[in-house]
Design a binder for this molecule. Structure first.
Ligand code: SF4
Length: 445
C-alpha cells in the first residue's frame, strides 16, 4: 500500500469538480496530503471528461507526463477516474499499461479499497455503486459548495455520451440532501449549486414517494444560512411552471435560468433528439419573462450539427435575436465516439462553413448580451464577494444573483453580501462601486 502525497487534475464539468473535491476528501481521510506538483506526488490521479474529442487529446498529454514521473519513480501510483475512463473501460489497461487503477464516475469510493489492498495488478471499477457525495467532504469548504443531487441521464440526445458514461438517472433522497446542506451551512457555506446531468428531472425515480425538483428547491431555501441557490444543468423539457415559480417566490433561488437551446431549428432539434421544438422552447422563455421579469437567461448552442442547412442556422440566429440571452456557451459540433451523431458522417457540415456560422452567432450573442446588460446600469445590486480581481488586485470581484461577474471598489471578504452601484456594463461583466456608507461601516468593524 502506498501512502503519502496525492495530486488530482480535473477535466470537464462542475460535476467533475465536485467529484474531485470528494476524492480529495476521501484521500485526506485516509491520511494522504496534497502535493503541490504532479512530480512530487506518490499518487497521481486524473478525473476525466469525455464530452469532446479535443479534451481527450489534452488529457492524454497529461497522462504521458504522469508516465514520465512513473519512469523516474516506479512506485508512483497512477489512477484515472471519470467519464473518459468509463468510456475506455475495455481498452484503458491495454492502451496505457502504466495505469494502476481506473474507475467510472459512480466508483470513486473504490479507490479506498484499491489503496488499502496489497494488489499489485491494475484494477478497474466501472459499475455504478454510489454517489460521490457519499465520500467525505474536504476540510475548509469556503463560502460556496457544489451539491450532487443526482447522477445519470435518461435522455438520449444524439450527440451526447453522458448516458453511456454516467448511466440512468438516480436521485439522492430529500432527507439526505437537506441534511448535507444543513451541514454545509453550519460550516459557513452561504451559496450552493445543485448538480445533476439533468438536474431538474430530480426526484422522479425516488420510491416509495416521488418528489419534484421544485419541492427540493423549497427545502433548500428553508435551510438557515443559505443565501443563494443555483443549479446546473437543466433540460428545457423539465423546466415546468412550478420550477419557474420557485424562482419568483423563494428568496434564495437566484434570478438566473440556464436553458440550453442547442438549435433554433425544430428539424435539427429532432435530429438531436432533444424532445422539444422551437415553439415549446419559446413558450418556456415567455413564461420565465412573465413570472420573473428580471431573470437572466443563458444557454448552450451547437453550430454545425450534422445536416444543419443555412435555413436551419438562420432559425438559430432568429431565436438568439428574439430571446436576447444574457450569455451563451457556443460550440462547433464535433463528433463524439460512441454517439448516434458520430454515425451521421454523410451529413457533417464543412468546418469553414461552421466557423463562419459561429462568427455570425457570436456577433448576435455578444450584441444582445451587451444590450441586456444595460438594464443593470444605475441600479444597486446585491453582490456576493468572491475575491479580488485578477487584473487589479486592489478591486474586488463578485457575482450578482443574475450570475454576472462584477468588478468593484469596496471592502469585503469571500461570501459577504454587499450592495454595489453599477456604473458599467458589457456582455461579459459589470463594474461598479460599493456604496460609501456601507464601505465605511465595514471598515469600522
Ligand atoms: S440531457 Fe441530453 S445532453 Fe444532457 S446529459 Fe442527457 S443526453 Fe446528454
Amino acid at each position: 500500500m502506498v501512502t503519502g502525497r496525492y495530486h488530482v487534475t480535473t477535466f470537464g464539468c462542475q460535476m467533475n469538480a465536485h467529484d474531485s473535491g470528494r476524492i480529495e476528501g476521501l484521500l485526506e481521510s485516509l491520511g494522504y496530503l496534497p502535493a503541490p506538483k504532479r512530480d512530487e506526488a506518490d499518487l497521481i490521479l486524473f478525473n476525466t471528461c469525455s464530452i469532446r474529442e479535443a479534451a481527450d487529446s489534452r488529457f492524454v498529454a497529461h497522462l504521458m507526463e504522469a508516465r514520465a514521473v512513473k519512469r523516474r519513480r516506479p512506485e508512483t501510483v497512477i489512477g484515472v477516474g471519470g467519464c473518459w475512463a468509463q468510456s475506455m473501460k475495455d481498452e484503458i489497461f491495454a492502451d496505457y499499461p502504466f495505469v494502476d487503477v481506473a474507475f467510472g464516475p459512480g466508483q470513486a469510493g473504490k479507490l479506498a479499497e484499491f489503496l488499502a489492498s496489497d494488489s499489485i495488478g491494475a484494477q478497474g471499477y466501472f459499475e455504478f455503486e454510489s454517489f460521490t457525495a457519499d465520500l467525505p467532504m474536504k476540510a475548509g469548504q469556503g463560502h460556496h459548495a457544489w451539491v450532487q443531487i443526482s447522477v445519470g441521464c435518461n435522455c438520449r440526445c444524439s450527440y451526447c455520451i453522458v448516458p453511456t458514461t454516467r448511466g440512468r438517472e438516480v436521485s439522492r433522497s430529500l432527507d439526505e440532501l437537506t441534511g448535507e446542506i444543513q451541514d454545509l451551512a453550519a460550516r459557513g457555506v452561504v451559496e450552493v449549486t445543485l448538480l445533476g446531468q439533468n438536474v431538474n428531472a430530480w426526484g422522479r425515480d425516488l420510491r416509495p414517494q416521488r418528489s419534484s425538483f421544485s419541492e427540493l428547491l423549497s427545502c433548500v431555501d428553508s435551510v438557515e444560512g443559505i443565501e443563494r441557490v443555483r443549479y446546473t444543468s437543466p433540460h428545457p423539457k423539465d423546466m415546468r411552471e412550478d420550477v419557474i415559480e420557485a424562482h419568483a417566490s423563494l428568496p434564495s433561488v437566484c434570478e438566473h435560468i440556464h436553458l440550453p437551446l442547442q438549435s433554433g431549428s425544430s428539424r435539427i432539434l429532432k435530429r438531436m433528439r432533444r424532445t422539444y421544438d422551437r415553439s415549446r422552447y419559446m413558450d418556456r422563455v415567455a413564461m420565465i419573462r412573465e413570472r420573473v421579469p428580471d431573470c437572466a437567461i443563458t444557454t448552450d448552442i451547437i453550430v454545425g450539427f450534422p445536416g444543419e442547412t443555412d435555413e436551419d442556422f438562420a432559425e438559430t440566429l432568429e431565436v438568439a435575436e428574439e430571446v436576447g440571452f444574457d450569455g451563451a456557451f457556443t460550440f462547433i459540433f464535433s463528433p463524439r465516439r460512441g454517439t448516434e451523431a458520430a454515425e451521421m458522417s454523410d451529413a457533417f457540415v464543412d468546418h469553414d462553413v461552421a466557423r463562419k456560422r459561429m462568427d455570425r452567432l457570436l456577433e448576435v450573442v455578444r450584441r444582445r448580451g451587451s444590450e441586456r446588460a444595460q438594464r443593470f446600469l444605475g441600479r444597486d445590486l446585491e453582490v456576493m464577494v468572491e475575491g479580488t480581481s485578477r487584473e487589479d488586485p486592489a478591486r474586488l470581484r463578485g457575482r450578482t444573483r443574475h450570475n454576472r461577474n462584477v468588478y468593484f471598489d469596496g471592502i469585503g471578504a469571500p461570501g459577504d453580501l454587499v450592495e454595489v452601484s453599477i456604473t458599467g456594463a458589457t456582455s461579459q461583466s459589470l463594474t461598479g462601486e460599493m456604496a460609501l456608507a456601507a464601505a465605511a461601516q465595514r471598515l469600522s468593524r
